[in-house]
Design a protein around this ligand. Structure first.
Ligand code: ADP
Ligand code: ADP
Ligand code: ZN
Length: 215
C-alpha cells in the first residue's frame, strides 16, 4: 500500500502517519523529520536546509530528491510506505513519479486532510514535538506526562518554525506552492479528501475505511 498523506502544515499528517505505521506496519517517510534530524546532526544537508526551514520556506526541490529515492529503495518499503510532507511542489511530484515508475511502485491513494486556516494556526502554535517525530499539542493533544514523549520518553519541545512569525508564511507557501497538487492528483483519479478537523481517532477510522481496499 503506497500512500501520500497530504495537507497543509498542522493538518495532522504526522499524527495520523504514526497511527498508520502501527496499524499497517509500513514505514512513514517524513521529509520534515529527515531534515530536522540532519539539522540536529549538523550535516551538510542540515546546514543547507536550516535557514529555509526556520523562515517557513520550502527547501529547494533538488535537495530532497536523492534522499527520497534512496529511502524508497530501502527494503522496508517493499510492502508499502506513507509519504508525509513529500511531494510539496509540482516538480517534486514529477520527480517522485519518475522514481516510482522506475521501481514499479505506483501511488495507490493521496489522502488529503482538510482543515480550516484558523484551526491550523491554533494547532501549529500549540504543537510540541519529540525528536522521534511524535507530535503533541499543549491543550488539544497533550502527552500523558508533562514534557515527556509517550512513545520514547524523550523531551518535547517547540519547533522554531512553529513560533509566530513563520506560521503564516508556511500557510501562504502551502497555498502557493503545494495546493496545486490537489488538482494534479485529482486529475489522476487518486485523490481522496477527508475532513481533518475532527478528533484524531475519528479521522483515523475514516482513513482505515478508505485504505481497507488497498491493504
Ligand atoms: P502535520 O504533520 O500535518 O503538520 P501534526 O500531525 O504535527 O500535523 O499535527 C499538528 C498539531 O495538531 C499537533 O500539535 C497535533 O498534536 C495536533 N493535532 C493533530 N491532529 C489533531 C486533531 N485531529 N485534532 C486536534 N489536534 C490535532
Ligand atoms: P509541517 O507539516 O508543519 O509543514 P514539516 O515537518 O513537514 O512541517 O516540514 C517542516 C519544514 O521542512 C518545511 O517548512 C520546509 O522548510 C521543510 N520541508 C519538509 N518537507 C519538504 C519538502 N517536501 N520540500 C521542501 N521543503 C520541505
Ligand atoms: Zn519521542
Amino acid at each position: 500500500m503506497n500512500i501520500i498523506l497530504f495537507g497543509p502544515p498542522g493538518a495532522g499528517k504526522g499524527t495520523q502517519a504514526k497511527k498508520l505505521v502501527d496499524f499497517y506496519g509500513i514505514p512513514q517517510i517524513s521529509t520534515g523529520d529527515i531534515l530536522r534530524a540532519n539539522v540536529r546532526e549538523g550535516t551538510e544537508l542540515g546546514l543547507a536546509a536550516k535557514a529555509y526551514m526556520d523562515k517557513g520556506e520550502l527547501v529547494p526541490d533538488n535537495v530532497l530528491i536523492g534522499i527520497i529515492k534512496n529511502r524508497l529503495n530501502e527494503p522496508d518499503c517493499k510492502k508499502g510506505f506513507i509519504l508525509d510532507g513529500y511531494p510539496r511542489t509540482v516538480p517534486q511530484a514529477d520527480a517522485l513519479a519518475g522514481i516510482l515508475d522506475e521501481i514499479e511502485k505506483p501511488i495507490d491513494v493521496v489522502l488529503n486532510l482538510e482543515v480550516a486556516d484558523e484551526e491550523l494556526v491554533e494547532r501549529i502554535s500549540g504543537r510540541l514535538m519529540c525528536k522521534c517525530g511524535a507530535s503533541y499539542h499543549r491543550t488539544l493533544n497533550p502527552p500523558k506526562k508533562e514534557g515527556e514523549c509517550d512513545i520514547c520518553g524523550g523531551e518535547i519541545f517547540q519547533r522554531i518554525d512553529d513560533q509566530e512569525d513563520a506560521v503564516q508564511n508556511r500557510l501562504n507557501v502551502y497555498k502557493k506552492q503545494t495546493q496545486p497538487l490537489i488538482n494534479y492528483y485529482s486529475k489522476q483519479g487518486i485523490l481522496v479528501t477527508l475532513n481533518g478537523a475532527r478528533d484524531i481517532d475519528e479521522v483515523f477510522e475514516d482513513l482505515k475505511a478508505i485504505l481497507a481496499k488497498f491493504a
